[in-house]
Ligand binder design. Structure first.
Ligand code: SF4
Ligand code: SF4
Length: 379
């Protein structure tokens, strides 16, 4: 019998909503996160449920535009629109929201978001390689810890934090193993399948359930029972997607690449490999969290050298034929960084790169298709 992961995942997701509701009835807190820089370990250490809230749907954007400017990143508008419309169950479940001062649009959006939910914004440094930046971030995490303790009534000691780091490292390991399967030729999972699994697993209140599900998928794929139906050995170009985060509803570029006869085999973004860095389990846990999370290679950092190192490693290890750099409209940091990314990929690998700027709407789908097909022809 065919291994039907998507059906199983759907059932787990439905049960997850019930589980969270019941946990909240029993007095457990839920904490909403908007960015990869804030360590979910602090929520896990206090027995709270961490929920990733970045909006990936076009649907709430019109509502958001009644308050926010139209020429703002769709991720910010989508996130805010969900809050205004109260249509995201995970936002509704969240007792408190944690944001970071990443890009200008997001940090100003949090000021308005605080009208809908208690919101705490961490002051994220804009660079990674100075002692001052690390010490500021460490002190912000101390402040964050106290907020979580007040919210949950649980004192977070080092043992609790270490246990949370261990659990989250297991989750990172399972995510990485899942993504690394696509180093094989042909890739066992299509980009859409991989994205859907990674995206949905992030919402599971029971992290161990998510870990064993990802391990199960890896085991099934190793048995050969889970090859993407579209895959024809060796005939499809292998694409790496870099740039802004993508998720269900904001995955049109992934779909167009697949419809055009290629595979997105790797995601170098928040939805993918940026979530695969391990936190040191041996040193002081808050120091280790501050150091590893601050090192996240996102374009809001200046300079953002870690992204170049990660890209180089991934282009080689996933044996990709091409790179697509995706920017959401009005995302200045990724948009400006695109020039250096193109220069780097061309100089290092002699590979052409396609930079796309779009939003969550479907109106430019055919234009994107023409550009993507032309790019694939060049490879
Ligand atoms: S792209 Fe950067 S700012 Fe946006 S969620 Fe990811 S880490 Fe945060
Ligand atoms: S994609 Fe860019 S503009 Fe949008 S939230 Fe992330 S960093 Fe900010």
């Amino acid at each position: 019998m065919k291994y039907d992961i998507m059906n199983k995942l759907q059932q787990i997701m439905e049960q997850n909503l019930i589980d969270i509701e019941q946990a909240k009835d029993r007095g457990q807190s839920a904490i909403g996160f908007y960015c990869l820089y804030s360590p979910m370990e602090l929520a896990v250490a206090a027995d709270a449920i961490p929920l990733p809230l970045c909006g990936t749907s076009n649907e709430p954007i019109a509502t958001a535009e009644e308050i926010l400017p139209r020429n703002l990143c769709p991720l910010i508008k989508s996130s805010f629109g969900f809050a205004v419309k109260d249509t995201c169950p995970f936002f509704r479940f969240s007792d408190i929201i944690i944001g970071d001062t990443t890009c200008d649009g997001k940090k100003k959006m949090f000021e308005l978001l605080s009208r809908y939910k208690p919101t705490h914004v961490l002051q994220l440094p804009q660079s990674q390689d100075t002692a001052m930046a690390l010490s500021l971030w460490r002190s912000e995490l101390e402040r964050f810890k106290k907020i979580v303790e007040t919210q949950t009534g649980v004192a977070i000691n080092n043992d609790r934090l270490r246990a949370a780091i261990r659990l989250m490292n297991l989750e990172r390991g399972a995510r990485k193993a899942l993504m690394d399967m696509n180093k094989a030729k042909p890739a066992p999972l299509s980009g859409s399948q991989l994205l859907e699994i990674l995206f949905k697993v992030g919402f599971l209140a029971d992290k161990e359930k998510g870990i064993s599900l990802m391990e199960e998928v890896v085991a099934e794929a190793k048995n050969g029972s889970f090859l993407s139906e579209d895959v024809v050995a060796g005939s499809r170009k292998r694409i790496l997607l870099t740039g802004v985060p993508v998720g269900l509803g904001s995955d049109k570029v992934v779909k167009i690449v697949e419809q055009s006869g290629a595979d997105v085999v790797a995601f170098e973004n928040c939805s993918g490999y940026k979530q695969a860095f391990f936190v040191d389990e041996k040193t002081n846990p808050l120091d280790a969290l501050a150091e590893q999370y601050l090192a996240t290679p996102c374009s809001v950092m200046s300079p953002n050298n870690g992204r170049f190192d990660l890209l180089k490693e991934m282009i080689q290890e996933f044996s990709v034929d091409g790179v697509i750099d995706l920017t959401w409209q009005a995302c200045h940091t990724y948009n400006v960084e695109a020039f250096r990314i193109e220069e780097f990929v061309q100089k290092t690998f002699g590979m052409p790169i396609l930079h796309l700027e779009t939003d969550y709407a479907e109106s430019d789908t055919e234009q994107l298709r023409v550009r993507i097909e032309a790019y694939l022809e060049m490879l």
